[in-house]
Design a protein around this ligand. Structure first.
Ligand code: ATP
Length: 370
């Protein structure tokens, strides 16, 4: 039969042409997208791009100036934060340090008048889920940073929200723990099937955990897509330069045929894929983006020569900086160990790149200059 299972609620979020203004400043500009039921969805962008403002609007702490927010296909207009099927986790966890772990987790249930026995049962169940069984009687102040983080997640899930909103929850943790928690968060999300909406300025977090990512700049959603699409098929110069490392070469379009074009740059004329389905006329200015790992020694296509200026050794990868005319390029080379050598300062490198692995985009905002 065509009917969906009774116990699979609609946990989608629709942002229907949402704009949020403060006076005449536009913090979120016409956000229009659907987050699917059970999806791990991230908003990624630099500080001040409007991520938190958008999250507050989904959780009901503020209203859109224009447009609508729908959760589970229901219009949330006039529905307060406590009446929405959402829960929120911040960087600062707001756990009660002197209360036991179990009491912290069950606190939202106590507020709702759930019996003590049932609260204890629920807390035990959630502790199992976050892989910390048997620590219910410990005080929060006795836990490590990562354990506290997981307790905060358990507490947020205690009220069985359909949507969990996470506002940079890992940013207070050290690097190792942060990386470990990425895996944990993703595993918990898969297990509970709750829609996670995660906001971060950390592209590594967004790319590793998410089903899809929305990249934001200055209130505008620049692109929505799966992590590999965002990385391999950027649609704007902001996305190309904000997500991962990229070399940008400015030039003039010579010709375009369908989704490939030739760009004349001071380093030579190069063939590359046209990003974002754009159409160029000969003579239009554009930027060619090619990632450091796509510049390959000895590659015959789009070949050019550059002079090695310096290198940074980072174990598995050598980050090589090379000059070609006025352009400094980043080249990443896999460390070939004692069997291979990148060369030394002043050496000439013959590099090239596959046309499919470089993107031509309109001249626009570059993230490092933002
Ligand atoms: P961060 O990561 O630093 O928190 P963000 O991407 O979450 O950044 P927001 O906090 O959403 O950014 O802020 C977006 C813009 O809206 C900022 O320029 C901010 O100054 C502005 N803004 C946010 N709230 C208000 C408000 N209540 N009144 C006026 N301006 C505001």
């Amino acid at each position: 039969p065509e009917t969906s299972p009774v116990n699979s609620p609609d946990r989608s979020v629709l942002l229907d042409h949402v704009s949020i203004r403060f006076g005449n400043f536009t913090a979120v500009d016409n956000a229009n997208l659907k987050i699917n039921s059970g999806e791990f969805f991230s908003f990624l962008g630099p500080s001040g791009c409007g991520k938190t403002t958008l999250l507050r609007c989904i959780s009901g702490f503020s209203d859109p100036t224009e447009g609508r927010v729908l959760i589970g296909a229901k219009d949330m207009k006039g529905v307060g934060p406590n009446k929405r099927p959402t829960a929120l986790i911040f960087q600062h966890l707001a756990l009660f340090p002197l209360m036991s772990v179990a009491d912290n987790i069950a606190f939202p249930l106590e507020v709702r008048g759930v019996s003590k026995k049932e609260r204890r049962r629920k807390a035990e169940e959630l502790l199992d889920m976050i892989a910390l069984p048997g620590i219910g009687d410990k005080k929060v102040s006795e836990l490590s940073g990562g354990q506290k983080q997981r307790v905060a997640i358990a507490r947020a899930l205690a009220v069985q929200p359909d949507i969990l909103l996470l506002d940079e929850p890992l940013s207070a943790l050290d690097l190792k723990l942060r990386q470990h928690m990425r895996t944990e968060l993703r595993a918990i999300q898969q297990q509970v099937g709750v829609t996670f909406i995660y906001i971060t300025h950390d592209q590594g977090e967004a790319l590793t955990m998410s089903d899809r990512v929305a990249v934001m700049s200055k209130g505008v959603i620049e692109q929505v897509g799966a992590p590999d699409q965002i990385y391999n098929r950027p649609r704007s110069s902001f996305v190309a330069s904000f997500v991962g490392e990229n070399n940008a070469l400015k030039g003039v379009v010579k010709r375009q045929s369908e989704d490939m074009a030739a760009l004349e740059t001071p380093m030579g004329t190069f063939e590359a894929r046209v990003g974002g389905g754009r159409k160029y006329k000969p003579g239009d200015e554009a930027l060619l983006f090619v990632r450091p790992e796509q510049l390959v020694p000895g590659q015959a296509e789009n070949a050019f020569q550059a002079t090695l200026s310096r290198q940074e050794f980072e174990g598995a990868t050598n980050h090589v900086f090379a000059r070609a005319g006025d352009t400094e390029l980043r080249v990443s080379m896999v460390n070939a160990g004692l069997a291979g050598s990148v060369g030394s300062k002043g050496d000439t490198l013959s590099l090239g790149f596959a046309p499919m692995n470089a993107t031509i985009l309109p001249v626009g905002q570059i993230a490092s200059e933002a």
